[in-house]
Design a protein around this ligand. Structure first.
Ligand code: 2AM
Ligand code: CA
Ligand code: CA
Ligand code: CA
Length: 263
């Protein structure tokens, strides 16, 4: 795999997809719900996934595609080259706000993340990373994460986990809110990982994410030294849904030990 050639190809592919998404603001969008009333999908999510798949199948016929909207391959193992794609991460924001969403893409070879991309479509901001090649915000190389402590950290997490719920001890989550400098909730896992990689937040915590939510962001975040695991501390599974935490290495273990208690 010629990663440099692929990187150039992918950057122009993503920019073209972003152009299509911005143009969709001028059209009527069809909105449906998936697993529940607040889990939204639009015709644009589907069209953009199909756009990527058409290009990838034409230009990289040996590669497989794992996409949220299901137009790709049925992926049960991590062999060979797999493109993990979320055509719109943050669909609720796309629908309600027309901002704060991103295209998320990771290229993995035999389970190893090689290239990662998060494209903030409305701001035309591209975050990307290559394994052992650094991480970038547009053309600017991102610096390694600086040492921090919980009391000076900004943590991104959905507010629902601080109310009683089936999955985690919400009292521990409330203690986290008390102890940190600030909490944020942007509603796009990919953007939250991009913000971690660029030092704007110090951790991102989610109870349930899918491989395409995190595949691209993991490559980028790891290049600046972030630690990415599930709540057991194991490396994230890129075949099925799981819990997920990505954090500055100085606070990752403390977050898991003290503030995130699975029921
Ligand atoms: P999505 O917009 O692509 O569905 C919202 O907090 C974040 O969680 C988004 O990145 C969203 O991705 C993701 N997410 C994963 N599973 C979800 C679900 N079942 N319902 C809503 N958002 C989900
Ligand atoms: Ca979705
Ligand atoms: Ca997503
Ligand atoms: Ca999506």
């Amino acid at each position: 795999m010629d990663l440099h050639a692929m990187d150039n190809y992918i950057k122009s592919l993503i920019k073209e997809a972003g152009h299509r998404i911005r143009n969709s603001f001028l059209t009527d969008i069809t909105i449906e719900s998936k697993s529940n009333a607040n889990d939204l999908v639009t015709n644009i999510d589907k069209e953009i996934e199909q756009f990527f798949i058409g290009r990838i199948r034409r230009d990289f016929p040996g590669h497989r595609i794992f996409g949220e909207e299901g137009f790709g391959d049925d992926i049960q193992d991590s062999e060979g080259v797999i493109w993990l794609l979320d055509p719109i991460d943050g669909t609720m924001n796309f629908v309600h706000q027309k901002r704060n969403f991103a295209i998320s893409l990771g290229i993995y070879e035999d389970g190893v993340g090689k290239l990662g991309y998060i494209y903030d479509v409305v701001n035309d901001d591209l975050y990307h990373g290559a394994k052992d090649g650094g991480a970038y915000y547009n053309d600017e190389q991102l610096k390694p994460l600086m040492e921090t402590v919980i009391t000076e950290s900004i943590v991104a997490m959905n507010a629902t986990w601080a109310v009683p719920n089936r999955r985690i001890d919400h009292e521990a989550a409330i203690q986290l809110i008390r102890d940190v400098r600030g909490m944020r909730s942007y509603g796009s896992a990919a953007l939250e990982l991009a913000y971690l990689a660029s030092g704007r937040v110090d951790a991102y915590i989610s109870m349930r994410l899918s491989p395409w939510d995190i595949a691209g962001g993991m490559v980028i975040a790891q290049e600046v030294g972030a630690v990415t695991t599930n709540f057991k501390g194991d490396s994230a599974n890129l075949l099925k849904q799981d819990t997920f935490i990505a954090a500055n290495p100085a606070i990752h273990q403390e977050l898991l030990n003290k503030y995130i208690r699975l029921k």
